[in-house]
Design a protein around this ligand. Structure first.
Ligand code: HMG
Length: 385
């Protein structure tokens, strides 16, 4: 039985900043941001948005009456949790109006956990082929104003349905996972911004990619020539370029050219929103499928990386109807509004403003369908419009 990703949808906030403008305000060369890091725009997060509203906005695009009936499990992968105890999946289930006979859980391992969610979903569908599993990767990447990581912030969610006979990508059996206790990036319980050893983290990422790829090749006998594309977790688009260069070197043969062209197609959307943490690899997949030359039957390799650190390399076969099974990402991105750097800084400082038992946010500034209205008696209040 084929099992894999059946449908995919993306959501982000309604606002962004232009990174050339950020570079000028921070006193940096714009080319450092757009070429050196490889980012053009970055999602701006108002206090009325969080992983629940973003996750609901992504998943809402997948809801049909049949889908609603068949979802038995909701897995939310995130490292931007909004509660130390209650799973964000429960809030999302409520906002989507799904029935009560459903399993809900939240998973964490930095940017990696959406891949774990897909693997767990695969197991659930293997046991019960009628089941649909909703896997949502939702995050807000925060490093702090005027820090080296600022240019690599971002926010958004990718929602995926995992099913039998999928329409997008059928998973192949071999998946290589690698875990080592590494301090390249982490966020202590008391911190709202990530701590990171930036240069070291890029080296660990590349090392994990090379190790998982080598083991995959040993286990399957396949080579890079067997992949139509290698898709990467993209904390910033240059990271994918560095990782691919680490295995291609100066090669100029047809395989090397194909993989470089595919990488460029996979980077288009990430350049516009920034790091989605758990969702970045899956936004790269959507970007490749909508901007590249993908064909049904192609074998795609996916490299998932989460600091701390865990990597996984796995492959899937592209299905005939993949083009009609993806939300219109370019349209979502085109509908956003540009804001000034000082407006972004205000939002940045107000976000995570749940510091008192009762608080209410000005909802007139956020036209999104799902919003965080505030908090009452320490309980988060969400609204669907
Ligand atoms: P930095 O130190 O400010 O940047 O921070 P830099 O000085 O290294 O410059 C960056 C690049 O721009 C360099 O290119 C420069 O040469 C180039 P490279 O050597 O890397 O190829 N450059 C220019 N290019 C053109 N014109 C110019 C110019 N000036 C300089 N004028 C850093 C960069 C990525 C370290 C920082 O932004 C950071 O710490 N980011 C966060 C950490 C991160 O994203 N790490 C990625 C790997 S870890 C990961 O992916 C996991 C993660 O997603 C978290 C999770 O798992 O949850 C982060």
């Amino acid at each position: 039985m084929k099992i894999g990703i059946d449908q995919m949808a993306f959501a982000t906030t309604g606002k962004y900043i232009d990174l050339r403008e950020l570079a000028r305000v921070r006193g940096d060369e714009p080319d450092k941001y757009t070429i050196g890091i490889g980012q053009d725009r970055q999602a701006v997060v108002p206090p009325t948005q969080d992983i629940v509203t973003l996750g609901a906005a992504a998943a809402d695009q997948l809801m049909t009456p049949t889908v609603r009936q068949r979802i038995l499990t909701i897995i939310v992968a995130t490292e931007s949790g909004i509660d130390n105890s209650k799973a964000s999946a429960i809030y999302i289930k409520h906002l989507l109006g799904l029935g009560d006979y459903v399993r809900t859980v939240e998973l964490k391992e930095a940017c990696y956990s959406a891949t774990a969610g897909l693997q767990f979903a695969r197991g659930l569908v293997a046991v019960n082929p009628q089941e649909l599993v909703l896997v949502i990767a939702a995050d807000i990447a925060r490093y702090g104003l005027a820090t080296p990581g600022e240019v690599t912030q971002g926010a958004g969610a990718v929602a995926m349905l995992v099913s039998q006979n999928p329409h997008v990508l059928a998973f192949e059996p071999t998946a290589v996972s690698l875990t080592k206790d590494v301090m390249d990036f982490w966020r202590p319980l008391y911190a709202s911004e990530a701590m990171v050893d930036g240069k070291y983290s890029t080296n660990v990422y590349i090392d994990f990619f090379k190790q998982t790829l080598t083991r995959y090749q040993q286990l399957t006998g396949r080579q890079l020539a067997d992949f139509a594309a290698v898709l990467f977790h993209l904390p910033f688009t240059k990271m994918g370029k560095k990782a691919l260069a680490a295995v291609l070197g100066e090669r100029t043969d047809a395989t090397a050219q194909r993989l470089r062209t595919a990488l460029a197609a996979s980077q288009v959307y990430s350049r516009q929103v920034g790091n989605l943490y758990t969702g970045s690899l899956y936004l790269a997949l959507m970007s490749y499928l909508q901007n590249g030359t993908a064909q049904p039957g192609d074998r795609l390799a996916l490299f998932s990386y989460g600091s701390g650190a865990e990597g996984e390399l796995y492959t899937g076969i592209l299905q005939p109807d993949f083009k009609n099974s993806l939300s219109p990402v370019a349209e979502t991105l085109a509908n956003r509004q540009q804001v000034t750097i000082s407006a972004y800084e205000d939002d940045f400082n107000q976000q995570l403003g749940m510091k008192s038992a009762d608080i209410s946010f000005d909802l007139t500034k956020d036209p999104a369908k799902f919003v965080l209205a505030g908090q009452q008696d320490h309980q988060r209040c969400y609204q669907k419009r």
